[in-house]
Design a binder for this molecule. Sequence first.
Ligand SMILES: Cc1cc2nc3c(=O)[nH]c(=O)nc-3n(C[C@H](O)[C@H](O)[C@H](O)COP(=O)(O)OP(=O)(O)OC[C@H]3O[C@@H](n4cnc5c(N)ncnc54)[C@H](O)[C@@H]3O)c2cc1C
Length: 294
Amino acid sequence: MYDMKELYEAFSVKEAIELRLAHPEAQIIAGGSDVLVQMREGKRAGKELISIYLIDELRGVSLDENGAIRIGSLTSFSHITRDPIIQKYINVLGEAVDLVGGPQIRNIGTIGGNTCNGVTSADSASTLHAWEAIIELTGPNGKRLVPIKDFYIKASTVDIREGEIQTAILIPQESYENTFGYYYKYAMRNAMDIATTGCSVNVRLSPDKKAFDRVRIAYGVAGPVPMRAPSAEALIQGKALTMENAEAFSLEVLKDINPRDSWRAPKAFRQHIAVEMAKRCLIEATKRCGGEIK
Ligand SMILES: Cc1cc2nc3c(=O)[nH]c(=O)nc-3n(C[C@H](O)[C@H](O)[C@H](O)COP(=O)(O)OP(=O)(O)OC[C@H]3O[C@@H](n4cnc5c(N)ncnc54)[C@H](O)[C@@H]3O)c2cc1C
């Protein structure tokens, strides 16, 4: 049994907003894979919960009229991995969330929960940063769109305001067109372990496939919130596909990241693997783009 004061269930976004306004202290629960574990640990004991899990309109992946990929906030990890739109345009996101926990967690855990918990190690977060995702929030005043880099305020704190819930994650067409990515999760075990560090890179090449037209790189657990590495992105822009440039790019990430010492790994180790991961992800993403770094 869980020590909760009350459970309210919303069946539509409108109901969820009304419940949020009526019970401002209540905690939203989606799949519950974070919330219920914390409740059992006593961290959220005695709280009111608002379940949004039955709002079916927030489940699934589709294309908006402007070409943006719309991922409903209640979409599970296993759905994302199998979804044809994800597989066609941003396969790397499906691969990244396929590394979350084990099969049960991937069936119940949602991408909304994975971003709204504000955790730096969340396996979807670095890929969503690298693809410049937009967070859609819906509240009493309608919809609000927030670039993912601004959504994360500080460790475990995201920009969700009074009465709001997160309703979707959008990937703009200009971010995914002709772009291919690769995600590397470094963890102490292959399954049921959170990332020591995670790195996601995506690449767009020039038409002759000889130069980097645009590269995006983002990390999890390289700072208190997931983050891009803008110095490295700027350094590689327009450069030729050489190993020398790939190495310079990967070393440049040290200017941007700020990992910490923790029981999982010391800062110096995280810096070391962050450099190596940047290089490996760049090489693999470039191959997926039809290029080769020599
Ligand atoms: C055994 C185990 C292993 C795990 N392994 C991994 C792993 O390898 N990688 C990884 O990234 N995560 C891992 N997790 C963490 C967890 O599964 C994910 O963070 C999951 O995505 C949370 O989604 P949920 O729907 O279960 O969220 P919930 O637990 O329901 O909610 C999480 C947080 O988000 C808020 N929230 C949820 N949805 C919304 C919304 N739509 N709008 C506003 N707020 C919302 C809740 O209020 C809460 O603060 C693991 C968890 C467990 C228990």
